[in-house]
Design a protein around this ligand. Structure first.
Ligand SMILES: *[C@@H]1O[C@H](CO)[C@@H](O)[C@H](O)[C@H]1NC(C)=O
Ligand SMILES: *[C@@H]1O[C@H](CO)[C@@H](O)[C@H](O)[C@H]1NC(C)=O
Ligand SMILES: *[C@@H]1O[C@H](CO)[C@@H](O)[C@H](O)[C@H]1NC(C)=O
Ligand SMILES: *[C@@H]1O[C@H](CO)[C@@H](O)[C@H](O)[C@H]1NC(C)=O
Ligand SMILES: *[C@@H]1O[C@H](CO)[C@@H](O)[C@H](O)[C@H]1NC(C)=O
Ligand SMILES: *[C@@H]1O[C@H](CO)[C@@H](O)[C@H](O)[C@H]1NC(C)=O
Ligand SMILES: *[C@@H]1O[C@H](CO)[C@@H](O)[C@H](O)[C@H]1NC(C)=O
Length: 238
């Protein structure tokens, strides 16, 4: 009887350990916290206490059952700093919103481990580097908002290839260059597309105006090179 109880206990404990991974999530958010160098609202000191569960931190949501971090909403918190790669350990995360802060640096490759992500909103920060091509490999990703940063390089084709889930692609106000890829017209679920205020060259794929799912299209102030001339496109469809 004792033996049986022991085995049942071990079995239950190991089962719990599989999904109950709050210590890892805690480590990830503590690492995230240490890379924040400016916090004008004193959120880190007043609310993000290491004494309390991270699930009680303002902006953090956890699943009820397993107490895993499922959503982060730190929009408009006034944070400055870089993104700790440890954030990629939050494997239950489906919603990440750090819009309107002052984060700098690149988006760490480790975030490609977030296989459950449905929305990534890093708009209105100071991120540099290229738009991550691995975003195209996250199976459930529906909303990508990276507008108003300092991203450069071209739109990665892997982002557009075979992507039937993507509903929002917000890349306005960056320094993106190269062509607007034809493949963009194949995003069959796309509703919101904004590419305004970048440095694209080449022609606009006219298939864009044919996309049936599209509800809002922002293409104003795109400079396009046509032959030897640069034309500025002023189009808006709402
Ligand atoms: C942090 O803020 C949340 C939401 O406002 C609140 O529920 C929680 O009690 C606060 N925690 C601390 C330690 O102040
Ligand atoms: C956290 O715990 C330490 C030591 O137990 C204590 O001194 C401190 O006041 C606690 N901080 C908060 C915000 O509860
Ligand atoms: C979390 O991620 C970091 C950096 O990506 C890694 O070094 C660390 O070992 C991970 N921690 C855990 C507990 O998995
Ligand atoms: C943003 O952060 C940079 C350094 O990381 C700093 O120089 C700049 O003043 C910050 N801007 C604001 C609005 O906080
Ligand atoms: C498109 O996606 C489907 C299912 O997700 C997959 O089977 C197929 O190989 C993909 N095609 C390409 C060209 O990536
Ligand atoms: C768009 O998809 C169609 C059908 O799936 C395919 O034939 C075509 O080559 C694709 N076009 C681009 C530019 O990817
Ligand atoms: C737009 O759609 C119409 C009807 O489906 C088609 O005839 C036309 O070729 C398409 N135009 C472009 C530029 O894809």
């Amino acid at each position: 009887m004792d033996k049986l109880c022991f085995f049942i206990t071990v079995a239950v404990l190991s089962l719990n350990c599989l999904a109950y991974n709050l210590p890892t999530d805690q480590e990830a958010l503590v690492a995230f916290k240490t890379r924040i160098i400016s916090d004008p609202n004193n959120i880190l000191v007043k609310n993000w206490s290491t004494n309390t569960s991270i699930c009680n931190w303002i902006g953090v949501s956890c699943s009820r059952k397993w107490q895993r971090v499922t959503a982060l909403d730190f929009s408009n918190f006034g944070f400055s700093g870089t993104i700790a790669p440890h954030l990629g350990n939050l494997t239950f995360l489906s919603y990440l919103n750090i819009n309107s802060n002052n984060f700098t640096g690149i988006i760490p490759l480790e975030l490609s481990h977030l296989r459950r992500l449905k929305e990534i909103n890093m708009g209105s920060n100071n991120f540099i580097g290229v738009v991550p091509s691995w975003l195209g490999a996250i199976p459930e990703l529906q909303h990508i908002l990276l507008d108003d940063n300092s991203f450069s390089g071209s739109i990665p084709k892997s982002l557009l290839h075979n992507n039937s889930k993507l509903q929002t692609l917000q890349l306005a106000y960056n320094f993106l260059n190269g062509n607007i890829p034809q493949e963009i017209c194949n995003l069959s679920a796309l509703e919101y597309l904004s590419l305004r205020y970048n440095m694209f060259t080449g022609s606009i794929p006219f298939g864009i105006f044919n996309m049936s799912s599209l509800r809002e299209l922002g293409l104003t102030n795109i400079a396009c090179q046509v032959g030897s001339q640069t034309i500025f496109v002023m189009v808006s469809r709402n």
